[in-house]
Design a protein around this ligand. Structure first.
Ligand SMILES: [Fe+2]
Ligand SMILES: [Fe+2]
Length: 458
């Protein structure tokens, strides 16, 4: 069954999603953080004559872009009259402005009053979905939790298992033991979508889940090692949040945290060589690539004496999101239209990849908090001085000056990666880049990069 679920708060939404995926067998939860997006989704399906969904669950309060829960409920009453509409909140619907008696008295309207225990939540949801079922299913011995949720912190207070068969579970994370991103990546590489927690531990798990502040760190107080560990986790969560939901307030907050962590790292370690060294032993291309590009681009701004808060934010932001829609690492390494590695992909994959700068721009530009310059940089990040880049094959002088800084940083990082981040190769990489990036808006940042880097190395 398909369930549309709207809740403004990222943590609450993800916790309810964990409950729902345990309550309803084979349940696909489609999440939204505001009613406008939910209504767009539902109305598109209605217009195509498709079934919108099997159940709607919505936080009953909270105004989002002039679409409240009540406005959405009215739309659903008119267009999906038979789909159960369940609201959840701390006040009865009668007390919330906008909900009229016609909606409240409908047979498909249900309201879950908070607070209530997970067991009562389960009973109420099952009562809505299976009103005729007399005997409720027993609660399973293990509760499942999507793997992605474990990237929100680096320790659990209970053992965590994978499921190998109906009654066979194997422990993969130990209680109260730190784990790192690569432990989770290994599970991800095995296509494991869910991890499992004993039902006896679940109560404590949800309390810790809700109160954990692992990703709400203060960048100015963290050590270099802590910052790097947090950045790894925020990168995964950000990618998941933004590609599946768009820019919610939680994604914006997490972006700001990530940028602060990047700036703090740059402040703590002035030498680019030292920063790059940390990446030499790692094997997580998209993460390394995003963060290294932001470090080099911000460093370049400083070398050019072109450093302002706005430019720093635009470049940092672009670095975090420029490849956000690219999931396949081998594709993400391709920088040219005529790259022979495209022969491993069919035409539609290639076409889609050549449009990823536009795709990422579309994803980020709708949000008012996102620096406009960052959108331009994201759109232009695969343009080049030869004028045969993608998506638009812009000429060197048509490329935005800030984009030029980013493209140089991006190319430098890509070349360095090919050489396994060997610092001894930096000079030769810079020299060969200098011969290419010598026109239009590329010339100034490239000259500054070479001059200051070569003098630093001397
Ligand atoms: Fe890209
Ligand atoms: Fe990239």
């Amino acid at each position: 069954m398909e369930l549309v679920f709207i809740h403004p708060d990222d943590k609450s939404r993800s916790l309810y999603r964990i409950y729902l995926e345990n309550i309803l067998e084979d349940c696909k939860v489609i999440e939204f953080f505001n009613f406008k997006k939910a209504q767009d989704f539902v109305s598109q399906r209605v217009e195509k004559g498709e079934k919108a969904c099997d159940l709607i669950l919505a936080a009953s309060e909270g105004e989002f872009e002039d679409h409240s829960a009540a406005t959405f409920a009215l739309y659903c009453d008119q267009h999906l009259s038979r789909v159960p509409f369940v609201t959840i909140g701390e006040r009865p619907l009668e007390e919330i402005a906008g909900f009229d008696s016609d909606h409240i008295n409908k047979a498909t309207t249900h309201h879950i009053l908070l607070p209530l225990s997970p067991a009562d939540f389960r009973a109420q949801i099952l009562g809505v979905v299976y009103p005729d079922r007399m005997r409720l299913e027993p609660i399973a011995a293990f509760q499942k939790v999507r793997l992605i949720n474990f990237f929100r912190y680096n320790k659990t207070h209970c053992n965590v298992y994978i499921r190998l068969g109906r009654l066979k579970y194997v422990k993969v994370l130990n209680a109260n033991t730190l784990y790192n991103k690569s432990d989770l990546d290994k599970l991800k590489a095995r296509d494991i979508e869910f991890l499992y927690i004993r039902n006896d531990d679940f109560q404590r798990f949800q309390v810790n889940y809700f109160h954990n502040r692992f990703l709400e760190f203060d960048a100015s107080l963290a050590t270099t090692e802590e910052l790097k560990a947090k950045l790894e986790f925020t990168h995964v969560i950000l990618q998941e949040l933004v590609t599946s939901l768009g820019f919610s307030q939680s994604a914006i907050d997490l972006t700001e945290k990530s940028l602060k962590a990047i700036y703090a790292l740059i402040d703590k370690e002035h030498s680019l060589g030292v920063l790059l060294h940390h990446f030499s032993l790692r094997d997580d291309y998209l993460y390394d690539h995003s963060y290294l590009t932001s470090l080099v681009a911000c460093d370049l701004l400083r070398r050019m004496n072109w450093f302002t808060g706005e430019r720093l934010d635009a470049l940092g932001f672009a670095a975090l999101f420029h490849d956000i829609t690219v999931k396949e690492v081998s594709l993400a390494r391709i920088n040219r239209r005529d790259d022979e590695r495209f022969c491993h992909y069919n035409e539609s994959v290639k076409e889609k990849y050549l449009k990823h700068p536009l795709e990422a721009t579309l994803l980020v530009q709708s949000h008012p908090h996102i620096p406009k310059d960052a959108c331009i940089v994201i759109e232009q990040h695969h343009e080049n001085p030869e004028g045969n880049g993608f998506p638009k094959a812009l000429k060197a002088q048509e490329i935005n000056p800030l984009s030029a800084v980013f493209i140089i940083a991006h190319e430098f990082v890509a070349e360095l990666e090919k050489k396994d981040y060997d610092q001894d190769q930096m000079n030769s990489i810079l020299k060969s880049m200098a011969a290419r990036f010598n026109k239009g808006h590329f010339k100034k940042p490239m000259d500054a990069f070479c001059a200051s880097f070569l003098s630093e190395a001397a």
